[in-house]
Ligand binder design. Structure first.
Ligand SMILES: O=C(O)CCC(=O)C(=O)O
Length: 295
């Protein structure tokens, strides 16, 4: 079965505040060079930042991949006649103990706040990706912001490689695309096609990196390396065959200026019933602020 197969309820807890106040996040000091690259290019690399988290995050992901129907928003994006497996799923952080622990105690929140240059980092959700050995399916070029029911300039994904990944098959970025003023139409991972056009102001992302005026940024990764990127930075992959499975765990963070928006199409995740009004911050009981920069 391909595409989004089934989903369970994502918000298992009514209010995450008690868990947040009972836990402490690890601090981190992001080098200025990384903060500058994030501002300039929309992406920066933190080698080895999450080495200690590789095993627990792999264990959580492994369970999801075995029984995807028990988890929220699972997708299979390699078609039945295509080799390999391209799995992704999101909004399972309340359900998978390893993901919950990482979210509430790791330095991801501190790293996101510094890269976004925001005094706070509010947690949006997590997203896992796995391509099995033999997969040729590319991740289509896209940026994340228009998939989401939020808008703002201070956003960051903290993407942790869970396997060593060569440069040809690692996720790659179009440097500076977060500042080009365009909003790119969301794209389906299975077909690579744009969502039906419901917002006239959006433009189609390049289908190939050679079509873009922006510089391609790509690196090989070692398990535990982190990439931090803006929700507006275009990213994707090649269709080079994956030689050994490559998995990743990404958390999505909102800075101080981010607010709830309604989009003409369906958002991912589809969060239409939050009781929040356009222009308000995302509700804390479900999307907790996990970092306040000490004064
Ligand atoms: O790992 C990949 O191929 C895709 C990652 C991605 O699209 C994301 O983190 O938003």
């Amino acid at each position: 079965m391909v595409g989004r197969t089934s989903t369970t309820q994502w918000n298992v807890m009514d209010d995450v505040a008690p868990l947040v106040s009972a836990t402490v996040r690890q601090p981190a000091l992001v080098p200025d060079s990384c903060i500058d690259a994030f501002a300039e290019l929309g992406v920066c690399y933190l080698p080895g930042a999450f080495v200690d988290w590789v095993d627990p995050l792999r264990a959580g992901l492994e369970r999801m991949m075995r029984t995807p129907q028990d988890f929220a928003f699972p997708n299979e994006s390699a078609a039945e006649d295509e080799p390999g497996r391209f799995f992704d799923a999101y909004c399972n952080w309340q359900r998978v103990p390893e993901f919950l622990l990482y979210t509430l105690t790791s330095s991801a929140a501190a790293i996101a706040a510094q890269c976004m240059q925001s005094p706070t980092a509010q947690f949006f959700h997590e997203h896992v990706f796995a391509k099995e050995s033999g997969t040729e399916k590319k991740t289509p070029w896209h940026h994340d912001l228009p998939y989401y029911c939020v808008d703002g300039r201070q956003t960051a994904s903290v993407y942790v490689a869970l396997d060593d990944t060569d440069e040809e098959t690692a996720v790659r970025f179009l440097g500076g695309s977060h500042r080009d003023g365009n909003t790119y139409t969301p794209r389906r991972f299975l077909s690579g096609a744009d969502y039906p056009q419901e917002d006239e102001s959006m433009v189609s992302a390049p289908s190939d990196e050679t079509e873009s005026p922006h510089r391609v940024i790509s690196r090989s990764l070692v398990a535990g390396d982190a990439i931090v990127f803006d929700f507006r930075t275009l990213h994707g992959t090649t269709d080079v065959r994956i030689q050994s499975r490559r998995r990743a765990f990404s958390t999505r963070w909102l800075g101080e200026d981010v607010r709830y928006v309604e989009r003409p199409g369906i958002t991912s995740p589809p969060l239409g019933d939050l009781g929040v009004r356009v222009g308000e911050p995302m509700p804390e009981h479900l999307f907790p602020t996990l970092w306040h920069t000490p004064r």
